[in-house]
Design a protein around this ligand. Structure first.
Ligand code: KG4
Ligand code: ZN
Length: 418
């Protein structure tokens, strides 16, 4: 089965084509437990350069870029996967074209592209079109959803709406392998029940998963998401969007002071004490009995600390120490609560997903804690190329728990939960 997946929930325009072959020998009824995957195409076009100067993702700019790029990326994906063929002229009826025009009524540029470069193609050999319908930025989601609906209508293929956070969960179960020039994707088997820590720019969730598709959120952030806190602290320290990579790089650059460095002035004192681990930021809700999170107080603590040293002009020198302690605080809270939940729910697998899963310290500490405190459980991380938003994770989620739906029933839903 070949799944074409489209992801436009935020600032990446992503298209993937995944071929899945279920292993019929395992389990009853052609089990999905041990499928073989082949990545026919996996394209991510990032808009990050466009949004950086605004300090965050601007929804209408994201929408415009998706609209500009989607049809072109789809053509590229079809070519890559050798599913690209031109059709004899006039293969699409006028009525079909009118239906598509109605679906893309608000995406006139996208409609024009589609008409010019997609309509002349032969129907590709795919079995379903998966699309992220939420959560995310509404204007960005709508472009992807309407594009997928138009394709579904044009090619007569079923549509599978996918929850973006389910995609982030499945990103931990794909192992990318390049063989010769082709990507293979090994499926990392998972034992249920599982617990997923999903940490992205807009979400921080602990999700209990009994089996494929059976998600239960047991805790989430009450205010800022972990990624959002990284982005905001990065901005306070003078870095652009996205802030996560900048903070983790800074934190890694931290060095304890050279004990032979001399100087007794107040500046040296402040610098020394900061570099001697004397900066301390709170670990909000680390001891609370529930599995919720809160990162807004931590962000404010960083802000007050920065204001407190403003007059010393030491901010540049202290940036690595601040970043390190901030990252320590976030990782401490995330790891502590994940381990506690994993124990209480007796899970067999802990998984990590979402943009913040790129954070090396979080990966390291979570792996260490699972090994030490839950020696009978496994841990699954996404490959570093799959931590951000991508189409493959949407295709995987569609394969394992998607439901084919008629296009007129699919709507973007910016606030949908798992
Ligand atoms: O999942 P994602 O790509 O988009 C959303 O669905 O939100 O997550 C983006 C978030 C941003 O907040 C970004 O700063 C954060 O992931 N991020 C990181 C790192 N790389 C990206 N946070 C911490 N450390 C990183 N290395
Ligand atoms: Zn995401």
């Amino acid at each position: 089965m070949k799944i074409l997946a489209i992801e436009t929930s935020c600032d990446e325009t992503a298209v993937a084509i995944l071929e899945a072959t279920p292993n019929v020998k395992v389990g009853a009824g052609g089990s999905k437990r041990d499928p073989k995957f082949r990545v026919l195409s996996h394209i991510i076009s990032s808009q990050v350069k466009i949004h950086t100067k605004f300090g965050g993702v601007v929804p209408n700019l994201a929408r415009r870029e998706h609209e500009k790029n989607l049809a072109l990326i789809l053509v590229q994906a079809l070519k890559e996967s050798t599913l690209y063929k031109r059709a004899p002229q006039g293969a699409t009826s006028a009525q079909r074209q009118e239906e598509i025009a109605a679906i893309l009524e608000r995406e006139q540029d996208l409609f024009a592209h589609l008409k010019k470069i997609i309509v002349p193609l032969a129907i590709p050999d795919i079995d379903a079109i998966a699309v992220t319908y939420g959560p995310g930025l509404a204007p960005a989601l709508w472009v992807g959803v309407n594009f997928a609906k138009a394709l579904s209508c044009l090619w007569d293929k079923p549509l599978v709406p996918v929850n973006h956070m389910a995609g982030h969960f499945y990103s931990a179960l794909i192992k990318m392998k390049k063989e010769k020039d082709a990507w293979k994707a090994a499926y990392k088997k998972i034992s249920f029940p599982a617990l997923a820590l999903l940490v992205s720019g807009a979400h921080t969730e602990l999700v209990f998963i009994k089996k494929h598709g059976d998600f239960q959120i047991i805790g989430q952030t009450l205010d800022d998401a972990a990624g959002e806190a990284f982005d905001k602290v990065a901005r306070m320290l003078g870095f652009g969007y996205p802030g996560g990579p900048a903070i983790s790089k800074l934190a890694d650059s931290f060095r304890h002071p050279d004990p032979s460095a001399d100087g007794e002035g107040s500046q040296t004192q402040i610098l020394r004490s900061a570099q001697n681990d004397k900066i301390y930021f709170p670990r909000p809700m680390i001891a609370s009995k529930n599995y919720d999170f809160s990162f807004s107080g931590l962000k404010t603590a960083v802000l007050y600390f920065i204001r407190g040293i403003e007059k010393t002009h030491l901010i540049k020198k202290l940036r690595p120490a601040i970043a390190r302690e901030f990252q320590n605080a976030v990782v401490d809270v995330l790891v502590t609560k994940t381990i506690r939940a994993a124990k209480e729910f007796s899970v067999k697998t802990v998984t990590l997903g979402g943009g913040v899963a790129a954070n090396e310290m979080l990966r390291r500490e979570l792996a260490r804690a699972v090994k030490k405190e839950l020696p009978d459980s496994n841990i699954r991380f996404p490959d570093s190329s799959l931590t951000g938003d991508n189409g493959l994770m949407i295709a995987m989620a569609a394969y394992f728990c998607g439901k084919k739906t008629s296009p007129d029933k699919v709507q973007a839903d910016a606030n949908v939960t798992l």
